[in-house]
Design a protein around this ligand. Structure first.
Ligand code: KIV
Length: 268
């Protein structure tokens, strides 16, 4: 059992704002773990790994086996942060029984502490069954990347009043169904603030303004590992892409000049 539970995450609401990140491998998880328990209370194995780790242009191709694999890689070293894993596209839409089976896989085979599901009222029956079965569920509303085909791309959601009301209705239904938290992605800041004010569970925002209870950023984005363009809502807290370029250039030059390996890096 990890230090952070759904109950403890719920209890953060109104007490302090918290930062969360995605994570896909054990090296990154060990860095999170090294900070101690208070800095990052929740880590998400996002199906964004389809884009960040696999080079796809959406999350749609990600499979259950791949989610289980990455969840397990992180789960082996994560001891304190709550380990949340995404149910990927196609893992729960066909029927609830399949959704249940796949969520159980993330817990049993991947070591996840809970699952995240994209969608509104449509997924409420599945959320209820998961919660009854003892699986903590985090909801995900707004710009839900698994609906990129239906939405015509990655577009901000809930801009007009009817869409905003629909989203609020979905959020209330998901809260009533037992979700312990909700991710709000790509919505106007005012809607992020309304969701946060109206729900009793923590709202974790990404591109949802700064009134939410928590924030989540993708590992490669906040570290500046992506050399190309990033969405408007991303802040780069590091420049590791450029730092890696410099290190690679230095390494190649040291090999070419014969400087590496030196005596200290060689066996006598
Ligand atoms: O897959 C993911 O990384 C996500 C976050 C961006 C919230 O769903």
């Amino acid at each position: 059992m990890r230090t952070w539970t759904p109950q403890k995450i719920r209890a953060l609401k109104g007490v302090r704002r918290f930062a969360t990140v995605t994570c896909y491998d054990s090296t990154s998880a060990a860095i999170v773990e090294s900070l101690g328990p208070e800095t990052i209370p929740l880590v998400l194995i996002g199906d964004s790994l389809g884009m960040t780790m696999q080079g796809h242009d959406s999350t749609l191709p990600v499979t259950m086996d791949e989610m289980v694999y990455h969840t397990r890689c992180v789960g082996r070293v994560l001891r304190t942060a709550f380990l949340l894993a995404d149910l990927p596209f196609g893992a729960y839409q066909a029927d609830d029984a399949e959704g249940l089976r796949n969520a159980f896989r993330l817990v049993k085979e991947g070591g996840a502490d809970g699952v995240k599901i994209e969608g509104g009222e449509r997924v409420v029956p599945l959320v209820r069954r998961l919660v009854e079965a003892g699986v903590p569920v985090c909801a995900h509303l707004g710009l839900t990347p698994q609906s990129c085909l239906a939405m015509g791309g990655f577009k901000v959601q809930g801009r007009d009043p009817e869409a905003a009301e629909r989203l609020l209705r979905d959020a209330r239904a998901l809260e009533s169904a037992g979700c312990f938290a909700l991710v709000a992605e790509g919505v106007p800041a005012a809607l992020g603030a309304r969701l946060t004010a109206e729900l009793k569970i923590p709202v974790i925002g990404i591109g949802a303004g700064n009134a939410t209870d928590g924030q989540i950023l993708v590992w490669q984005d906040f570290l500046g590992l992506n050399l190309g363009r990033v969405p408007k809502f991303v802040r780069r807290f590091g420049n590791l892409g450029e730092a890696t370029q410099t290190a690679l250039n230095d390494y190649a030059a040291a090999v070419a000049s014969g400087d590496f390996p030196g005596p200290a890096e060689s066996y006598s």
